[in-house]
Design a protein around this ligand. Structure first.
Ligand code: SF4
Length: 501
């Protein structure tokens, strides 16, 4: 695709930190971000919520630096931000600058925290650079992130005494009273890691600028690099002309896909017969409905009344309830469809509607609904992991929860081992399986259609939204979504029973 940069814009482009990181991931991505941003796919609600969570944590992290001052000019007001930062740098009473703006070598950055730590031998103030991340550990992209920031800061003449990453500490246990920010965040110095990398930056920037001045985007093919360290928003654009059974859609290890691509295999149909594939990959290649001989007996192992259980959960980065840790999985609702031997169906559900710790009440109501008999049909091992955690957290309920766990029956395993439909396109997720097996039932009519969005909406309903009409709309959407998950399992079992004969 030919994208001609505006003549006036050719020669130099100011990069931001995130654009520099895009360029490290893929030159084509950076090119498209600058010359054709409209081709990007907008982040979905769940991705946006993760980004927002990062912003919230950044604001909380500032409280670790009392006396710090915020550069209030927005991201688009770069001249104002640079001027405000320059003023704060001169003011020796300012112990830390938040969101300071700095520019060097055509790169403009905003720095989460720049802490004044002392004075060097020449009488110049020294600073500690602190980048705040919502992640729980150091990742390679954090090193790149701090490298470009350090390059710019030192380029402007600042003396950096230390270069640090501040991330969430999952070992911190909230006492329910006051957040201990010293415990919630871990600060680690990466000075020794970053320094040797600084000399690489000028040549990297030069090659990015050269690429940006070309008349068209570099001819880079989409592959694994598009998903790491970030999902590239141009994936749909770059893959729009790929065949529907593109080899990249083969499930399983990416190693197999890489090897096949090296052999020149472009589609799943072109995979030579002698190539060793897993059973699932073989079914995807065969591309026809497959009913395993054991399907019927696997389905008949279930015991009536059959409960169909699904949890929804959320994982607050900042713990909300006593005794919980950052990112701990907190179950907030359940749905149970109960099918009796005569085909009758009952439905029960629970949703915590306020900011209380929902876990104990959720567990007690669930135990009551599940009673003492019948299999409990789930789809994946997730429900077991939630029950195990509840059993750990509430010793008085442990025995009953263990009894419940002994009744779990995983429909996902039954389908994975005994059934395949070409419309699965290699995925055994319930979102792929349901429309293929029960086309009359889907998630398309629901306001909330996936677990990630449900988690974000729950947090929003409890901690952000104050309007009761909006609250009740979210509540209703959450209930209907969880209900659909368990109804899906009922209908899938029924339909598979018919197909098993
Ligand atoms: S989808 Fe892949 S190839 Fe295309 S711009 Fe993004 S990272 Fe580059």
């Amino acid at each position: 695709m030919l994208i001609t940069p505006e003549p006036a814009a050719r020669s130099s482009y100011r990069l931001s930190k995130s654009r520099y990181l895009s360029g490290l991931q893929c030159h084509k991505r950076l090119y498209l971000e600058i010359h054709a941003p409209a081709l990007a796919t907008k982040p979905d609600a769940a991705t946006q919520a993760i980004l927002d969570m990062g912003t919230d944590l950044g604001e909380l992290a500032r409280r670790r630096f009392p006396g710090g001052r915020l550069v209030t000019a927005g991201y688009r007001q770069s001249q104002e931000a640079l001027a405000q930062t320059a003023e704060l740098l001169q003011d020796s009473t300012v112990s830390a600058i938040f969101e300071g703006a700095f520019q060097f070598d055509q790169v403009l950055i905003r720095v989460d925290v720049l802490e004044r730590v002392g004075v060097n031998a020449s009488g110049q103030p020294t600073w500690r650079l602190v980048e705040v991340k919502s992640s729980t550990k150091l990742k390679p992209t954090h090193v790149e992130d701090l490298t470009i920031q350090s390059y710019v800061l030192e380029g402007t003449g600042l003396a950096l005494a230390d270069i640090c990453l501040m991330h969430v500490n999952t070992q911190y246990v909230f006492d329910g009273l006051e957040l201990d920010l010293g415990q919630l965040f871990t600060i680690r110095s990466l000075n020794e890691t970053i320094r040797p990398r600084l000399p690489e930056v000028p040549s990297r920037l030069a090659s990015m600028h050269e690429m940006l001045n070309a008349m068209s985007a570099p001819a880079l093919a989409p592959d694994e690099h598009c998903h790491s360290p970030y999902e590239c928003p141009f994936w749909a654009h770059c893959t729009q002309e790929k065949p529907p059974r593109w080899i990249y859609h083969l499930p399983g290890s990416s190693k197999t896909v890489i090897q096949l691509r090296e052999l020149g295999v472009e589609t799943i149909d072109d995979i030579p017969d002698h190539v060793a594939l897993t059973p699932v990959q073989r079914r995807v290649k065969d591309n026809r409905e497959w009913i395993g001989q054991g399907l019927r007996s696997a389905l008949e192992k279930i015991v009536y009344p059959v409960h169909h259980l699904d949890f929804e959960t959320f994982m607050p980065a900042v713990p909300k309830f006593v005794g919980t840790r950052p990112y701990q999985v907190i179950p907030t609702q359940w749905s149970n469809h109960i099918e009796y031997p005569d085909g009758r169906l009952d439905h029960a559900e629970y949703l915590c509607r306020d900011g209380r710790d929902p876990r104990e009440e959720l567990a007690v109501t669930l135990l009551d609904s599940l009673g003492g008999e019948g299999s409990i049909c789930v789809y994946s091992s997730y429900e077991r992991s939630v029950l195990e955690r509840l059993a750990e957290d509430f010793p008085s309920l442990r025995k009953d929860l263990k009894r419940v766990m002994a009744r779990l029956w995983d429909l996902h395993i039954v389908i994975r081992d005994h059934y395949y439909h070409p419309a699965f396109e290699g995925s055994y997720s319930i979102k792929a399986v349901l429309p293929a097996v029960v086309p009359s039932l889907s998630y398309a009519d629901l306001a909330i259609g996936d677990g990630g969005v449900a988690a974000c909406e729950y947090a929003r309903m409890i901690f952000t939204v104050s309007d009761w009409i909006e609250k009740s709309q979210i509540e209703e959407a959450l209930l209907r979504y969880c209900e659909r998950d368990t109804l899906a399992m009922v209908e899938l079992r029924r339909e598979l029973k018919k197909r098993a004969g």
